[in-house]
Design a protein around this ligand. Sequence first.
Ligand SMILES: Nc1ncnc2c1ncn2[C@@H]1O[C@H](COP(=O)(O)OP(=O)(O)OP(=O)(O)O)[C@@H](O)[C@H]1O
Ligand SMILES: [Mg+2]
Length: 619
Amino acid sequence: MAQANPNISETRPVIRQLDDAAINRIAAGEVVERPASAVKELVENAIDAGSSRIAVDFADGGKTLIRVTDDGCGISGKDLPLALSRHATSKIDGSDLLNIHTFGFRGEALPSLGAVGRLTITSRVSGAEAASIHVAGGKTEAVKPAALRAGTVVELRDLFFATPARLKFMRTDRAEAQAITDFVKRLAMAEPAITFTLRDASGGGEGRVTFRADRENGDLFDALHARLARVIGREFAENALQIDATREGIRLYGYAALPTYSRGAAVAQYLFVNGRPVRDKMLTGALRAAYFDFLSRDRHPAAALFIDCDPTLVDVNVHPAKSEVRFRDPGVARGLIVSALRHALAEAGHRASSTVANATLGAMRPEPALPAQPAPARVYQMDRPSSAARQVAYQAQAPGFAELSQDYSGSIVEPAPVAKEEPPAQDLPLGAARGQVHENYIIAQTADGMVIVDQHAAHERLVYEKLKHQMAENGVAAQALLIPEIVELSEGDCARLMAVADDLSRLGLTLEPFGGGAIAVRETPAILGEVDARAMILDILDELADQGESQTVQARIEAILSRVACHGSIRSGRRMRAEEMNALLREMEATPHSGQCNHGRPTYVELKLADIERLFGRS
Ligand SMILES: Nc1ncnc2c1ncn2[C@@H]1O[C@H](COP(=O)(O)OP(=O)(O)OP(=O)(O)O)[C@@H](O)[C@H]1O
Ligand SMILES: [Mg+2]
């Protein structure tokens, strides 16, 4: 550099070796970003030590105090200085960085924390006396004898006192406390056999327990289910489907919620790779893709999913905080998530979420006479059709579709004759239709309760599933345009579109390059009738840009089918005869995914007799 730098003297710059304290402070910048990351490191150490109880206390959002107490294997007095030195670890021997079975392996968390805060470790291994060591701002003191029954207590005070610049970036105590809770909860989900306690000790004293999860017993799924109920909530657990699938040495297990228990943001998505909580775009993208068909874009699935595989198939050493991973073959993990979840959702068939029933009950409960508690929160929220949905709505009037849907509703009007040995309708899941109210809701009686069906939503889903089925069986009929429509695009868009032209042509949309950036649309899917080809092409391009995959084009067409189905279905306001209503119920039972309409809204709610009796104060 030609310009003189005021920080460097005129003489030639000297290269010097930084001292350990400086090196550790630099490393700490990556490992401990905020109090919650310190909590994460300490709790991970406690888990690695084989603990069965872990308690976390913090004060002022973790800024003044973080204390993690465990009953694990402990550290001997002789090893305490080593635990504080950089790149010293008991977890790997350095020969194989791909074969990692513990949370830690880099040997830098404790030295980093000791470089930026005041750290005291007190520990005891069985058969020896307890000992403690203290380090503040990188200055380590001698090991001293201490008193402790078993395990380890790591106390970190005044985090970042040695790096005031970082201190300035801390958020409010509340935000930091929230982040700590979040990390602890994520780790608690992955370790149902460990008891976790989180206490806020701001202001001194014992502190207030803000989260507690006692050890869960039982097999893998029972324990996990109970732990998820504790951490995410009972409602999630009640509406979650068990997932367990293996492909090419990768196992996926956990719980994923029914589409009717979806959220307005991606706040209830927990992913773990070999027990390690991760935030990974590829994995969340796969989760989204699996629900694509069941949720409108503004709704997000809820799930806690664990991917277990040979540690050599995944690299966790991507970032010091280890929250990112790289799969050797990302396609396998992605495909496994998409197919396992779709399969589970299909199996769940017409089951709608209990959230819906609870919300219904909440809404039905008589108003209390006295000013009382607020109404129960409605987790489930209706969504509004997107503008894209409105845009394609007119296609429902298309001639090709009209016939199809006519043909379809025909099958509802003419129910198949019921064979003698079939069980009486009342014993079937959706029961026997007893009547229709407000020209849209079918009331049916089941063995132990009643079901209210939204006939429009239900029929919409049935038409959609039928269209999809037909498409899979026969392909999509194309209809040639008399005059090909020329759509002007950029060259890049044109190339992106042509890259998926084969997929599109199987779906009845035939495109040809027309020179420059233009594309000629020669055929359109007959089912859509007269189409605004340009609008459709732009939609597909948006989707491609968004998702980057030709696979989603099929879903896109399915989404269009779904909108079409919406407009071709029995409108609310149509009176139905008893046979028609029963035929609709039977068809719902036989159709996968019929528990929610194409927008993720439920198609029916079920009220158990016991719930109804509760409403009337009879139980
Ligand atoms: N709670 C604990 N109980 C028993 N031993 C512990 C505990 N915490 C730390 N140790 C010991 O101290 C060593 C250093 O811990 P540190 O967190 O710095 O590194 P690490 O866990 O090995 O790797 P990483 O930096 O990836 O976390 C560990 O390898 C372990 O042997
Ligand atoms: Mg560690």
